[in-house]
Design a protein around this ligand. Sequence first.
Ligand code: MLT
Length: 264
Amino acid sequence: MPSETLSYTDAGGGRPVLFVHGYPLDRTMWADQITGLMRDYRVIAPDLRGFGASPLETPEPITGVSMSEHADDLAQLLDDLEIDEPVVLCGFSMGGYIAWPFYTRHRAKLAAMVLCDTRAAADSADAREKRLETAQQVHDHGASWIAEQMIPRLFSETTRRERPEIVGRTAEVIRRTDPAAISAALRGMAHRPDSTPLLSQLDLPTLVVVGEEDAISTRDEMTGMAQAIRDAELVVIPGAGHMAPVENPAAVTKALLKFLAKID
Ligand code: MLT
């Protein structure tokens, strides 16, 4: 996809940091991190194709939009912005699934990676089947239905109980998303390969971040991921579920700033 069709935030100056949002979200999930980093870093946060203000184009009907296609869109965006300096890619959940093919296809564009509430493993056979069923159902039931299904899994119980406004904002982002984009992303994620073998090969500074109550990419699974990556650091975000960057933004931003200062 030519990147002039992708919508993105490009703010601040300094070492470039590329934020990649999750499913079925958009770049607004990074609002606090963008504000926290833009004084010292150039922050680029696109809406992936089909999400936020970026168009979907025509997805492949069976396999949807693959993680590799998203990775290539991001590489194209960096080229179009004439960013020659290697970037720090911070990928959240599906954004992390995209980080794996970005690493294999565009290694020279990377200085470091932040893997936030994400997984290296592919879906199990059951999970894949369920995702493909959901991709079908979303046409009948719409984005509001997906929002209802997902919210309890995205946020910690504490956030849902004590900060409904944060939950409401994310639900609104999901409700606004084109069901065709949701379906294409589900198909793309269902067909993604296992990236676990890549972990021991990563040859760049890596930070692993997980909300302590993450129900999707659990603390145990992400601890295993950090242990499999040479010299990776692990930061556990207190009081947060899967949506750590919005549930405890200050802690995530602090972890990012500390990591970035070390690799500067
Ligand atoms: C995400 O937050 O991007 C999704 O929860 C990832 C997934 O469904 O595996």
